[in-house]
Design a protein around this ligand. Structure first.
Ligand code: ADP
Length: 615
């Protein structure tokens, strides 16, 4: 691209970002991704939930000539996006099995006339002959494939129809592809690129850090009481509570209702109609809290979920991260609270007893990672990002929403230099071929089968750390991994090797702060706890904010849309700070494009005026 052209593109994109979407700045990689789509290059986007994937194809679709085809796996997700785009004044439509014949004819006519900027299609509809023919006659700008991990059998959400997408696109014509997903291990990533024949694609991988989320784990003691207290401190805010079983979901929902909290249950055992009703009630803010099994969440992109609580310990960190990721998608506060008990892990282990050996081993490994996460006093963010294979700066929680460990772990800190030397020495002297449990056994002088047959009982380090418990050594080993003194052997599951940083440390050891794990056998009464969750003071006018929220709910009801489609929370907060009373002022608010200012502006300006006048 020449420099002038590049400049033109940059300013065109910025203008549309403000004019249509009402945002003043791109987030993370958005601009680079959009420019790549503009340059008609194949693009592969890996971004965590809530980071802003949709804009990466919505904005180029609005600016480029023709219609962008967006392939999306869920009808609810499509409807949601189409509603949001229509509210912005963008002509977006969907083509799926819920439409009547007349509606299909209308969508096709508008597309052929070049009026539709984004056409959402389910992969099933895409395979239909008549749709292929119709798309062949339309002017297509590019193809976006959302939730691209559905292509891969290695992913957690495989959809066989997704594997046919590429051959169908080829029948329609030759277009650039943008594939997007929030979860892609390297294996899944290669699978997606191969299947879409886009090995040449430019890859944009974002950090999985969600800076606005606050992570906290509490012991499962007086849990119901803790739950009520937490929700009352977050009064009027939307939250999800995940429970392991349907029965527990029902019980907790009922318990909350009795305690004057507007809550409804959601699980696969409910009638489809009731399930839909409860979900809508949550989206439309008729209730604040939804109590659910993990059946709830996929395809729901409510941006203003302010807290996600795991009442029971989840089965894996992947699941936990996916579920907590549903909090604070709009970039504002998101509190992720998990109640943990080692008994939950034992209970979950029992569920696996009928599985095959490999499945059981895998499930046990995931559970062990889960309990390590809960019991460790190391920064939660560091642990999570390490789990997803990400390198990071030292002070993660420093700039982010923080975690309980970063706030309270100080008294648990100790200089772990000597312990770390012993761990690294043991890994070296046993030939870097063993897992954490074996290393801990050798250090503690446990003559297990391997220690005897490999001669580890003869080593000078054998039994050198016998005064400490197994738990302590496992914790030190885990931290050695987290701080990259040890690394996992890629080819042999569980095997630990000394990393470069570890070798350097052994040559010149220096003090190294480590943290003692939490003790969850402690059953101290919750009443003795220090009150920690004092709600922060607000920088905006709370009276106006509540008024605007009420107004938003009313307008949304009239239009049968979820309230966040009208304006999202960050926009309302800004209005309650700057009191925009003219159309121009309103259009300056983040998240309010010209389309929304025109559509909904009048009533909201009036509310601002009313408050301003009263001041
Ligand atoms: P994802 O699909 O990656 O989970 P979304 O596309 O739903 O995320 O975006 C998450 C939230 O971020 C939405 O509420 C969206 O309006 C908001 N958002 C996206 N891009 C921007 C931006 N550049 N500035 C401000 N907010 C943004």
């Amino acid at each position: 691209m020449t420099q002038t052209l590049e400049k033109d593109v940059t300013s065109t994109l910025k203008e549309s970002l403000k004019f249509v979407f009402g945002y003043t700045q791109f987030r993370g990689n958005q601009e680079a991704i959009i420019k790549n789509v503009f340059a008609r290059r194949n693009t592969f986007v890996i971004m965590p939930t809530g980071a802003g994937k949709s804009l990466c194809y919505q904005l180029p679709a609005v600016v480029l000539d023709g219609t962008a085809i967006v392939i999306s796996p869920l009808i609810a997700l499509m409807k949601n996006q189409v509603d949001q785009l229509n509210a912005l004044g963008v002509n977006a439509q969907f083509l799926n099995s819920t439409l009547s014949k007349a509606e299909i004819t209308k969508v096709k006519k508008e597309t052929l006339n070049g009026e539709v900027k984004l056409l959402y299609v389910a992969p099933e509809s895409l395979t239909k002959e008549e749709n292929i023919n119709f798309l062949k006659s339309s002017k297509i700008s590019f193809v976006a494939i959302d939730e691209a991990h559905c292509i891969s059998e290695w992913g957690h959400d495989f959809r066989p129809e997704y594997r046919k997408i590429k051959s169908i696109i080829d029948q329609i014509g030759e277009f650039p592809i943008i594939a997007l997903t929030a979860t892609a291990t390297p294996k899944v990533q290669i699978d997606i690129q191969k299947n879409l024949q886009m090995e040449d694609a430019d890859i944009f991988m974002s950090s999985f850090n969600r800076p606005n989320l606050h992570y906290e784990v509490k012991p499962k003691i007086n849990t119901r009481k803790q739950l009520i207290r937490f929700i009352k401190q977050h009064k009027g805010k939307s939250g999800i509570i995940y429970c392991l079983s349907r029965k527990k979901v029902e019980e907790i929902a009922e318990f909350l209702k009795v305690n004057d909290i507007k809550a409804l249950p959601y699980h696969a055992g409910l009638d489809a109609e009731i399930r839909m009703h409860n979900q809508d009630a949550f989206l439309n803010e008729d209730v604040d809290v939804i109590v659910a099994t993990i059946a709830f969440g996929m395809g729901i992109d409510k941006p203003d979920v302010r807290f996600v609580i795991h009442y029971d310990t989840p089965k894996s960190l992947e699941g936990y991260y996916q579920e907590t990721g549903r909090a604070g998608r709009d970039g504002l506060e998101g509190h992720c609270l998990m109640f943990y008990s080692p008994n939950d892990i034992i209970k979950l282990e029992k569920f696996n007893k009928d599985k095959s050996v490999t499945e059981r081993d895998n499930a046990r490994y995931l559970l062990a990672e889960m309990s390590s996460y809960a019991e460790s006093s190391v920064c939660r963010r560091r642990q999570l990002l390490h789990y997803f294979g990400e390198k990071y700066a030292d002070q993660l929680c420093g700039e982010s929403g923080g975690c309980d460990n970063c706030h309270v772990a100080k008294e648990k800190l100790f200089d772990g230099k000597e312990k770390l030397i012993l761990v690294l020495d043991t890994a070296t002297k046993t030939g870097q071929r063993f897992n954490a449990e074996h290393l801990a056994d050798v250090i503690r002088g446990v003559p297990n089968e391997y220690a005897v047959s490999y001669g580890h009982t003869q080593l000078d380090i054998f039994g050198k750390g016998k005064e400490e418990e197994l738990k302590t050594w496992l914790s030190v080993i885990r931290q050695a991994l987290l701080y990259e003194f040890l690394e996992k052997d890629i080819d042999n599951m569980g095997v630990l090797k000394v990393a470069e940083k570890g070798s350097k440390f052994l040559q010149r050891p220096s003090p190294m702060t480590l943290a003692k794990d939490h003790d969850y056998s402690d059953t101290e009464s919750e009443d003795d706890e220090v009150e920690q969750n004092v709600p922060p003071t607000r920088s905006y006018d709370e009276v106006l904010y509540d008024l605007l929220k009420g107004l938003r709910r009313k307008v949304a009801k009239q239009m049968s849309l979820p309230p966040y489609v009208i304006f999202q929370d960050p926009s309302l907060e800004e209005m309650a700070t700057t009191y925009p009373t003219t159309m121009e002022e309103l259009a300056q608010i983040n998240g309010v494009g010209q389309g929304k200012a025109k559509k909904f502006g009048k009533q909201f300006r009036r509310a601002n005026l009313q408050i301003c006048g009263g001041k």
